[in-house]
Design a protein around this ligand. Structure first.
Ligand code: SF4
Length: 501
């Protein structure tokens, strides 16, 4: 394929590989999805190996920094201060961007943002765009919106390309293909690359250098012919209108410099007031995410510059639930997140079930608090997420901006319970709690309840209680519950105490 060829369609008439079905229809709540993840032995082995390696690297490089705790506190303070005055900083950012020659758009939600992006790409007359790895464009489902509009969006980050060609969905914030091993990647490249562009070379092996080479050749063609690129931003500096992308491969930099039009989608919480603030985050981020002292590529751009790089620069400032999160004095702490993924790599639950179980672009501990903050706790996935944790607290210790993740999980659980009560969806749980409160309120009630249950223990000749129907099945379907003893503790104590006396 040459640089002048047009995008082609696959056998289903699509320009890009179809994502897995569960991303385009309601996914299963966490407990159901987690079972699938647990059953996937290959994924579990891949995750154990990958998260273990990154964890060890992170611990090593963090230990080198004497004032690491001070840096964390500084990151926390800057983010808190910025979020308190976010409205002012956003206005400043808009002014600076406009002054630098960029066009600023405001998007209330995903539909708004996608409409703006589709219109901007259509206005260029192009049918293809390349992308820097960007979580926010996944959050709004941009690739699918572009596909529906007849525009192909190509991932250019190596791991994102593996995920896209594999008709898959990212499983990790930083290492989207963490759940795939080399053999699987080789098969994906061999089967899919040729359908959408330059095929993988004959006899492609599982060697990382060969796999990277195949991806490089495949992507080069797209880079050379694509005139529009889409990016996110790790940070947006209000005082100068500078956007910042940090990455490891250099593909991001190709996107930011080669095309004629650059569209950046930026969540409104990415704002930092001044360039000096970057100093703290550019030290915190690489050590926390990849376990590196510095990230290999840091690209900064401040609008177009004549004769160099994209000449038409657009920035879409996206809300999509962020102001709702900001309105919650406790929940807003999740907006400090710089998407380093340290909390995923340390989480025992994530390591076993994988990222897909969280049913969203933000998996792991941060996903379990951020999704309910951004999307509310009404739908079955979001209300299951705050319970996707053992509350061990390991994530709190590694978070570079000191987000108290386990506190926020409890906070979100409380919101879920309140929401349930509001809609009276489940009468069983409040009734159980009411009964328990009556029993615990008076020792006579407790004794009476004990005597009644011990009677059941005497009458029923079983040692364990198996699966029960209705709401109790959630507790009994996966564990054997011991039968109530035929004697209460009080009765036992009385007998034995009296005997000894
Ligand atoms: S919550 Fe903290 S540890 Fe987790 S991704 Fe965000 S910044 Fe990193």
């Amino acid at each position: 394929m040459t640089a002048t060829e047009q995008p082609r369609r696959d056998k289903d008439g699509r320009l890009t590989p179809a994502p897995p079905e569960w991303t385009t229809r309601p996914a299963a709540p966490f407990p159901e999805a987690a079972v699938k993840g647990l059953e996937n032995q290959v994924q579990r082995a891949n995750l154990r190996h990958a998260t273990g390696t990154i964890r060890a690297k992170r611990a090593r490089v963090v230990a080198e920094v004497d004032n690491w705790q001070d840096l964390r506190s500084a990151g926390e303070a800057i983010k808190n201060r910025t979020l308190r005055h976010l409205d002012q900083h956003l206005v400043t950012l808009e002014e600076s961007l406009t002054k630098a020659g960029a066009t600023v758009h405001w998007a209330r939600d995903a539909a708004d943002a996608n409409r703006i992006i589709v219109d901007l790409v259509k206005a260029t007359g192009e049918q293809e765009v390349t992308k820097v790895k960007s979580m926010v464009t996944q959050e709004i489902g941009m690739n699918e919106a572009l596909e529906e509009a007849g525009i192909a969006a190509w991932e250019t980050d190596l791991a994102e390309l593996i995920v896209q060609l594999g008709h898959d969905f990212p499983s990790h914030i930083l290492v989207p293909a963490i759940h795939r091993n080399r053999g699987e990647i080789r098969e994906i490249f061999r089967e899919e690359m040729g359908v959408y562009g330059t095929p993988a070379p004959e006899g492609l092996s599982e060697q990382p250098a060969e796999l990277a080479g195949a991806a490089r050749t495949h992507l080069r063609n797209k880079f050379l012919r694509t005139k529009v690129a889409i990016s996110g931003a790790n940070f947006a500096v209000a005082e100068t209108g500078t956007l910042v992308v940090v990455e490891s491969e250099g593909n991001g930099r190709m996107n930011l410099t080669l095309p004629e039009t650059l569209i950046s989608v930026v969540g409104i919480e990415k704002v930092l007031p001044t360039v000096e603030d970057l100093e703290v985050f550019l030290r915190l981020l690489p050590r926390s995410s990849t376990g590196e002292r510095m990230n290999p590529y840091t690209s900064m751009w401040t609008g177009p510059s004549a004769g160099d790089g994209p000449q038409d620069v657009h920035v879409i400032l996206l809300d999509n639930g962020r102001t709702n999160a900001l309105a919650d004095p406790k929940g807003r702490e999740a907006l400090r997140c710089i998407r380093c993924s340290a909390c995923l790599n340390i989480c025992p639950v994530y390591e076993r079930v994988g990222g897909h179980a969280y049913g969203s672009v933000y998996p792991g501990p941060i996903g379990a608090i951020l999704n309910p903050q951004l999307r509310g706790v009404e739908n079955p996935i979001d209300k299951s997420l705050p319970f996707a944790s053992s509350l061990c607290g390991a994530c709190n210790e590694v978070c570079p901006v000191k987000i108290p993740i386990s506190d926020l999980l409890v906070h979100e659980r409380h919101r879920v319970v309140e929401e349930k009560k509001r809609h009276q969806l489940n009468q069983f749980e409040p009734a159980m709690m009411k009964a328990a409160s009556w029993v615990m309120a008076d020792h006579k009630h407790l004794e009476a309840a004990g005597t009644a249950s011990s009677l059941a223990g005497k009458l029923l000749p079983i040692r364990t209680i198996g699966p029960l129907p209705g709401p109790l099945s959630r507790w009994t379907q996966n564990r054997d519950v011991p039968m109530v003893p035929a004697q209460t503790f009080r009765q036992w104590w009385k007998e034995n105490h009296d005997e000894r006396a």
